[in-house]
Ligand binder design. Structure first.
Ligand SMILES: O=C(O)c1cccc(C(=O)CC[C@H]2O[C@@H](n3cnc4c(=O)[nH]cnc43)[C@H](O)[C@@H]2O)c1
Ligand SMILES: [Zn+2]
Length: 353
């Protein structure tokens, strides 16, 4: 993560610019953000777990043969979260890690079903994430919002339960803004989830399913047409369908692009083969995200550095990418204006000799 990036003006270190750039993140998973430090703390609390605590062993453990293997490992980390205090610790510490990267706003994808089915009381779960959200904002200056996602492979029972947790007025957390769909796509058709998305949207939640991460562009069309997606998680295979790219561009439907994740899960072979350039060439609103950063050996700053290389961006190009995330976010208008201005002020100050 420390190599230099070349720009047209010569070789320049953009990493320092990225490190200080105020950012918003729209696609990052709660459990998937558990750093080795957090995993070690949780594993020490629950020593019967099979998850290694030693950072080197953890790096090996987080090397995936394919997407199915990734989900299997992911669920072993989910198994480390057993009490409301574990939920609070994870959420609060994830926000601390975000603040270190100058993340000002993040929509964190949480799978409440995975926790409640493991016996965590639903009321205590909501209180834990909300308590951490408020503390993170007050202490780290990071504004957190939630996306509750259906773990698709777990089927309609999980969908029903996720919908209930997201829309029951006695449970629904204040920070919840959107409804998602995660897990494997192969063998998990999107249209079956239409009734759940319809009800979530009717309850005021925004639709942000994963689609086109491990299957073709038809899944992205299904997410748009059946689930009324306002943004697409990954959407990688959209590059194979020019009509779809044109549709995404025309309707300002953002793609939540997570380059390193796509390599780690073997959805894309190499970074140089990543279709991000095709997205920007087609005028699609591209946002940069880290997905499950420690599991993929990355962080948001590194994803911006990867994007700078793949898209040949300078400082202003990077600031524009950061502003794309603000535009595609579910922040309120005042918050959007504030963060956009903060990005512009930072870039101008950086570029003023
Ligand atoms: O929790 C369980 O016991 C369980 C049982 C059956 C199936 C599931 C899931 O499908 C969980 C999938 C889980 O994966 C999360 N996630 C994290 N990163 C990604 C990604 O890049 N693409 C798709 N899903 C991802 C997702 O949020 C789900 O929670 C669970
Ligand atoms: Zn994801």
């Amino acid at each position: 993560m420390t190599d230099q990036l070349s720009t047209r003006e010569g070789v320049r270190d953009l990493h320092a610019f990225i490190a200080g750039l105020p950012k918003a993140e729209l696609h990052v998973h709660h459990v998937g953000s558990a750093s080795p430090r957090i995993v070690s703390t949780l594993a020490a609390r629950h020593p019967d777990s099979q998850v290694p605590t030693d950072p080197e062993a953890l790096a090996d453990y987080f090397t995936f043969t394919d997407f199915a293997h990734f989900i299997q490992v992911y669920l072993s980390v989910v198994d480390l979260i057993r009490t409301p205090e574990d939920v609070r610790l994870l959420t609060y510490e994830v926000a601390r890690d975000m603040a270190r990267q100058q993340v000002r706003y993040a929509e964190l994808t949480i799978t409440p079903w995975s926790s409640t089915r493991r016996g965590i009381d639903e009321r205590a779960f909501m209180d834990a994430i909300e308590d951490a959200r408020k503390a993170a904002e007050a202490e780290f200056g990071v504004v957190l919002r939630w996306c509750f996602d259906i773990p698709g492979e777990a089927g309609l029972e999980a969908a029903e339960e996720t919908l209930r947790l997201a829309t029951d007025d006695r449970l629904r957390p204040e920070g919840l803004v959107s409804f998602g769909l995660g897990g494997p796509e192969i063998g998990v058709p999107r249209p079956q989830f239409k009734p759940y998305f319809d009800q979530a949207i009717a309850a005021g939640l925004r639709s942000v399913p994963h689609a086109g991460e491990t299957t073709g562009p038809e899944t992205v069309w299904d997410a748009l047409n059946e689930l009324r997606a306002e943004r697409i998680g990954h959407g990688t295979s959209s590059a194979r369908d020019p009509k779809l790219l044109a549709h995404l561009a025309e309707n300002r439907i953002a793609l939540e692009v997570c380059p390193t994740s796509n390599i780690a899960t073997r959805a894309v072979r190499t970074l140089d083969e990543h279709p991000i350039k095709e997205f920007t060439r087609a005028g699609v609103l591209v946002t940069i995200n880290s997905d499950d950063p420690p599991m993929f050996g990355t962080d948001l700053n590194n994803e911006y550095a990867v994007a700078a290389r793949l898209l040949d961006l300078d400082e202003l190009g990077l600031a524009a990418l950061a502003k794309n995330a603000v535009e595609a976010s579910f922040l309120d208008p005042a918050g959007r204006t504030r963060l956009t201005e903060e990005i512009d002020t930072y870039a101008s100050a950086w570029l003023t000799p």
